[in-house]
Write a protein that binds this ligand. Structure first.
Ligand SMILES: [Fe+2]
Length: 346
């Protein structure tokens, strides 16, 4: 890899960092391999960076894949920071920073959807704070992966990721005391919450850089194919495919997250629940694609079992629960041995 020092004044979006930018106390600000965006460059100016090491001809070279949880987490945290700023702008200035958010889709989020270990990484780096921002980022990433699994590519796939990132922006118009209320919502508060898809749609309507697909992905992400969703209660054929994909990503991420009112579930518990309870409300073809691929995805993953043993997932088949191989050399089919379960990913 050829590297050169570039004065920050000459740094341009699209250039790739040849070495990580690290604060004095060791915190990685931007990881090696990060593709610079205008926002990142602005931030580096704010902390008085004078120059950065960049990969020569980075514009022609594909960004380095995120092949470890550390590189993934570094890009994830930077992206999350930008999303948090964007959400603040929307809440307090009533303005959608669409260019900045689209830039995230084209650079870091797109890169995250290509990371081989992405579902495990998302699980390992989960935290309880900043839920709305994390959820928006996770739904964008998971929608992108599911979009690829159903055959989307190119600009259409990027639009889907963008819609995933924007799906809950209507929540920025909900009073914080309702949005963050730890107790059960009143009927009136519930109605306010349920207004967020329409609010998000209105915020995006007519904005440059959006289109019908993105708008419908946002507006319809809580609709259900049996007509029991909101805001309109429309049924299967009337729901846009983007909204159907985002709905699955939304449910998967919400259920695997640690929230004030429920503890996070392992992906396997969530998969079982999606299979048993939510089937019929989600698009069956997209749901089958999601379940089949995500089950295969976890083969080779190390897990902790409820009997305290560490094991590796070695076979999934069409089962909800996999077969594992324990460190002490036992094969356990968790579909049959239901008294043992997976407690967490390692
Ligand atoms: Fe939502």
């Amino acid at each position: 890899m050829n590297r050169k020092k570039c004065p920050l004044a000459g740094a341009k979006p699209g250039m790739k960092l040849a070495s990580s930018i690290i604060k004095e106390h060791g915190q990685v600000i931007l990881a090696e391999g990060t593709v610079l965006t205008a926002t990142f460059i602005e931030k580096l100016k704010l902390i008085n960076m004078e120059s950065v090491d960049i990969v020569e001809d980075a514009g022609a070279e594909a960004p380095a894949p995120l092949s470890s949880v550390e590189t993934f987490a570094a890009v994830y945290d930077d992206t999350l920071q930008v999303i948090e700023n964007c959400f603040s702008t929307m809440r307090y200035f009533k303005e959608v920073p669409l260019i900045q958010m689209k830039e995230l889709v084209d650079t870091s989020i797109n890169l995250m959807t290509d990371a081989t270990g992405v579902f495990s990484y998302l699980q390992v780096i989960r935290k309880q704070d900043d839920y709305t921002f994390r959820h928006s980022l996770n739904v964008a990433v998971i929608s992108g992966i599911l979009g690829k699994w159903v055959g989307l590519a190119g600009e259409e796939l990027k639009d889907l990721i963008f819609a995933g990132l924007l799906h809950d922006i209507g929540k920025t118009q909900i009073p914080l005391e309702v949005l963050n209320k730890p107790a059960k919502l009143t009927q009136e508060e519930m109605n306010i919450m349920k207004g967020h898809p329409l609010e998000g749609y209105k915020m995006l309507l007519g904005e440059p850089g959006t289109n019908k697909d993105i708008l419908y992905g946002v507006l319809q992400h809580h609709e259900k194919i049996d007509g029991t969703g909101y805001p309109w209660g429309i049924n299967g054929e009337q729901i846009h495919p983007f909204a159907k994909i985002i709905a699955i990503a939304d449910i998967y991420d919400a259920m695997t997250s640690d929230r004030v009112y429920h503890l996070k579930q392992t992906p396997f518990e969530v998969i079982a629940e999606i299979k048993q309870e939510t089937f019929g409300k989600l698009d069956p073809a997209i749901c089958v694609t999601f379940l089949r691929n995500i089950l295969d995805y976890f083969i080779g993953t190390k897990v902790l079992l409820s009997d305290g043993e560490e094991a590796e997932i070695i076979y999934q088949g069409h089962n909800t629960y996999p077969t594992v191989y324990t460190r002490d050399g036992r094969f356990i089919d968790l579909q049959i041995n239901r008294d043992i379960s997976i407690v967490s990913l390692i």
